[in-house]
Design a protein around this ligand. Structure first.
Ligand code: AMP
Ligand code: MG
Length: 475
């Protein structure tokens, strides 16, 4: 495929010392087939316009090499559910390299690639179910406006892969700004390789924060950027009702992107204690724990960087996490309520609405969406009416017309989110080679803020059967 040869991979990570990775190719499936190709993303990546996605399959499957790529598996470590694991790494992933886009460098990574030196007890594979879930959620987040990795292509196979039941292997190309995680630094620090930490810090600054190059204390400045982007990201998760499910430090991107989708879930009814991961028995990663876990993870990163960042400033930076988080959260909630003036009690007003939703078991997404459309029907009970009166009083401080306010609200309160049962239905059919639901869902998720009469069903609160769905770490 000559067209694909025009892709200009650079290999900035592969240029680092060998202690950071294992150079290798990956294990192809015998009968790979195209499941889905993300044309929109391919355009952003400047893939050849006339590319037939079927021609990409042998490259993704590992039968043909991408010219100039330097495939490798990365080594990292991490805190998993609070416990230290000294060595993890790409147990089923291969970093191909970076492409330069108008938005900066972008990593391309194969997930489900087969065994690597870091596979531990795993088979190196990913299954179609989890690959589709990751694809769908990357799209959902991107179109909602939440920083996230995305997927370029999914391929399936007839290779049996054993999870709770026998499933089929799949691979996808994950596209993210970086695959460097908090756990990369933890690995170096806690495995007596701390002399490599400045090398990795310099690499991050050079490639992602060149503005810090001449700074007097660039490493601490970088730490600040990481802490703040993490706080802002998690504020977005909270505002959109997204639960990640496995916020281990090895799943935390240093560039504040949502990353490594497993048993994630969006809230249906507003239940702040929602645990999306069926394997999370303690609820460590419950929805309402995410902000403090984000901070915990920043502490773990600070510990890994301790010999390279300035202690007093580090403490100050850690202390700003909460402020940055609440600033971002309040800003988003203001938009969700159509408020443009800044008033001190705005977050409290939202919290009171959330309490009402919790007590009355209201659907999180649909309640905000309904509020963007109409005024009163939501609030038939006394508490609801009281809240609504307060809201009306607060609106008197606003200069916007009703119409203008509704416009702001419709752009801030999605109608369509990736509800678990929608993903589940699409996956069940896809496992039987019927991809129509999957393709429809992908279309729906592209315009989450726009009413579409053909897609009314996708906005409904979930049916009862879906409440029993259990999503575990198995993927
Ligand atoms: P995750 O829960 O997907 O973030 O994965 C945690 C760690 O386990 C990472 O080091 C993964 O590469 C590794 N891992 C997950 N699934 C597999 C698998 N099927 N085979 C090998 N390694 C795996
Ligand atoms: Mg992971």
């Amino acid at each position: 495929m000559q067209e694909l040869d025009s892709l200009k991979f650079s290999n900035k990570f592969a240029d680092l010392p060998e202690d950071f990775f294992h150079k290798q190719s990956w294990t192809p499936f015998d009968n790979p087939r195209l499941i889905h190709f993300n044309k929109d993303l391919a355009e952003i990546l400047d893939f050849p316009k006339n590319l037939d996605p079927k021609d990409l399959v042998p490259y993704v499957n590992g039968n043909k090499p991408f010219k100039q790529s330097a495939p490798l598996s990365m080594v990292y470590a991490g805190h998993q559910f609070g416990s230290w694991v000294p060595q993890l790494g790409d147990g089923r992933g291969i970093l191909l390299g970076q492409l330069q886009t108008k938005d900066g460098l972008i990593d391309l990574h194969i997930k489900g690639a087969g065994k690597t030196p870091y596979s531990r007890f795993g088979d190196g594979r990913a299954v179609l179910r989890s690959t589709i879930r990751e694809y769908l959620c990357g799209e959902a987040m991107y179109h909602l406006g939440i920083p996230s990795s995305r997927s370029l292509i999914v391929i399936g196979s007839d290779e049996p892969v054993f999870r709770e039941k026998t499933e089929f292997g799949a691979m996808m190309v994950r596209v993210a700004k970086t695959h460097i995680r908090f756990g990369h630094f933890e690995y170096l620090m806690h495995n007596k390789k701390s002399e490599f930490i400045p090398i990795l810090l310099d690499h991050v600054i050079e490639n992602y924060f060149p503005e810090l190059k001449d700074s007097k204390d660039a490493y601490t400045d970088l730490f600040e950027k990481i802490v703040h982007s993490t706080a802002r990201l998690i504020a977005k998760w909270q505002a959109f009702g997204f639960a990640h499910g496995v916020m281990n430090t090895d799943n935390m991107s240093i560039l504040g992107e949502t990353f490594d989708y497993g048993p994630f879930g969006f809230l249906d009814d507003y239940n702040p204690g929602f645990i999306c991961n069926h394997s999370d028995h303690q609820g460590r990663y419950a929805f309402n724990n995410q902000p403090s876990i984000g901070l915990w993870n920043c502490h773990a990163l600070a510990a890994a960087l301790k010999d390279h960042i300035e202690l007093e400033r580090t403490k100050e930076i850690i202390n700003t996490y909460e402020k940055i988080f609440y600033e971002e959260l309040t800003n988003i909630f203001r938009k969700k309520l159509g408020l443009t003036e800044i008033k001190p009690n705005d977050l409290k007003l939202t919290e009171e609405l959330l309490t009402w939703m919790k007590i009355n078991k209201k659907d999180y997404t649909n309640t905000f969406r309904a509020l963007s459309k109409t005024d009163i029907y939501l609030f038939e009970d006394q508490e609801g009416k009281l809240w609504f009166d307060k809201y009306q009083k607060r609106l008197k401080d606003e200069k916007n017309t009703f119409e203008k306010r509704k416009q702001i609200m419709e752009k801030s309160n999605p109608k369509y989110i990736l509800r678990n049962y929608l993903a589940q239905e699409a996956i069940q059919d896809a496992e039987n080679s019927d991809f129509s639901k999957l393709y429809n869902l992908i279309e729906v998720l592209k315009n989450p803020y726009q009413d579409n009469e053909n897609f009314e069903d996708y906005a409904k609160a979930p049916p009862d059967w879906s409440k029993k769905l259990e999503i575990s770490c198995s993927s």
